[in-house]
Design a protein. Structure first.
Length: 149
């Protein structure tokens, strides 16, 4: 768990926003940023975001519900949200655990993601759900944002 990034303390309730400010979120982060990670799936590999997760009840849209756009691909299960004005990915509802949102750590108020230090990359290119459909019934869940999408 990460309680401080650079000089920014991670608050139990921390705000996040897109680049233009049209979308503002409030996240419950009582343990700070838990398990931040990158993912190498087709989506995350292109957006380059560092994501961490919160329960569905731990993310509230304070502003800009109408500005959010949704994108789904592959199994159409994960719901990826981004600002329709500036295009910044803010959060997504996860595929393997639809009771959680992944959120873009770079959207947290005051956080510079380059100050996190090394961040692990999960293997979203080989998602457990995809392996199960390809005949691997004992595939184990991954721990990453899109290995969980």
């Amino acid at each position: 768990m990460v309680k401080k990034v650079g000089s920014t303390e991670i608050h139990a309730r921390h705000r996040a926003s897109c680049h233009c400010g049209a979308v503002v979120l409030e996240l419950d982060l009582p343990d700070g940023i838990v398990d931040p990670r990158r993912c190498n799936c087709s989506m995350c590999g292109k957006r380059g975001a560092i994501a961490a997760a919160v329960p569905l009840s731990g993310l509230r849209i304070l502003k800009g519900q109408d500005a959010l756009k949704e994108y789904r691909f592959n199994t159409m299960t994960a719901r990826h949200f981004f600002c329709g004005t500036c295009g910044i990915y803010t959060h997504h509802q996860r595929r393997s655990n639809p009771n959680e949102y992944g959120y873009n750590v770079a959207c947290l108020e005051g956080v510079n993601p380059f100050e996190l230090g090394p961040v692990p990359t999960s293997n979203g290119m080989n998602h457990m759900s995809d392996r199960k459909t390809q005949g691997e019934p004992n595939a184990q869940p991954g721990s990453g944002c899109c290995s969980a999408d």
